[in-house]
Ligand binder design. Sequence first.
Ligand code: CA
Ligand code: CA
Length: 455
Amino acid sequence: MGRYLWVAVLLLGFVPGVVRSTQTPDQPRFTQSVLATGLEHPWEVAWGPDGYLWVSERTGKRISRVNPVDGSTNVAVEIPEAFQSIAQDGVLGLALHPRLLQGTGEDYVYVALTYQEQGSPRLKVRRFSYDQDTRVLMAPVDVIASLPAHDDHLGGRLAIGPDDKLYLGIGDQGGNWLQNYCNPNKAQDLPVAADIEARDWATYEGKVLRLDLDGSIPSDNPSINGVRSHIWSYGHRNPQGLVFGRDGSLYASEHGPSTDDELNLIEPGGNYGWPWVAGYRDDQSYAYFNWSASRPEACGTLTFSTSETPASVPRAMESGWSHPDFKPPLQTLFTVPNDQDFRAQGGGTIAPSSLGIYTVRDGGIPGWADSLLVPGMIKGRMYRQALSADGRSAVGDPVELFRTANRYRDLAISPDGRTIYIATDNTGRTTGRDDEMTQELEHPGAIIQFTYDDE
Ligand SMILES: [Ca+2]
Ligand SMILES: [Ca+2]
């Protein structure tokens, strides 16, 4: 579409159900429309080998299949026993077996969900078998259970690598933060051999795990401090995006505190720094306040604040910590300046709940391969971060796309690379088109599609 025609479309107003998104002239143009509504907190959307979008619904407690042609939705399985009580728990990650519907008999779908165990929330990974005739997920088998879960920073993103291993991000459960400020942060804790022997996964808070498809510990997982466990990398705050590049590299996105959401290249045995470091080790707008270790005043006698910290709370500058396995991020979204007035200006974070990768070359969007795609919840937009040819570094700054008043939860890409599908939260805060905070979401509980307009 030529530039003048584009202006005309904007002036003539909106076609019902179809909105042209605002783009700067040198960016590719997209047509926005709503594919499906009525979803209950869709959490993962994945393009399936059957040409449908597979969707996990966090509070709906089910897995649905959405027809990308007409938006009609079929339920593949209900999971009523999932425990869902707060803003982050329920039916979470969804991963399709790479040979689903390929005739090998491996018609498996993996789901991460929270459940209650002796009155406490826990996370598990369940495998379903997909019956192609009835289009139903059946024969559930729990491949691992009793993983940490709480009321904040749950993680829950699931992915299957080209190595046929399951990867699962688990957050730090909010230790030393907000309502959990008196709970120690265990993102740096590592298991001892006896923990693994006893199948005690309590140290898995703030980790990226790598599991065999049956839930066991892969024999080639790293030995960290002399112990091999499910832990693939550690020192994470809340890693909720996991995606593989063409060469098998694993990328993760991670929520920062009030600054420094991260894009990371995940290396086995890597220490990603949290809670000693947020983003780069640059002493910028972040120091580690260890509320739970407050002495002599016990933490329980203190009132938590993100802006004022009592003297009894131990504090550490980032530069005071170092570790031989520390891995800085490829990019942050965004590192705010030291003089940021968080009360007046807010934080620099976008709340990246997921991560996609654009690798489509021929016929896809020119110039996009390879890029990471980062959906924002607190900022209703998606960012595209270009990668270097070897995929090991970020090139340039993140580019903003798709600004709307929605909380973008997850994304999927059509095989031809010309449509980006984005799942949206039903409720919550985001910045609207004018950058003001709002709770009035334009398309709650929906799949929005952005289709590339060729020139
Ligand atoms: Ca980090
Ligand atoms: Ca930093």
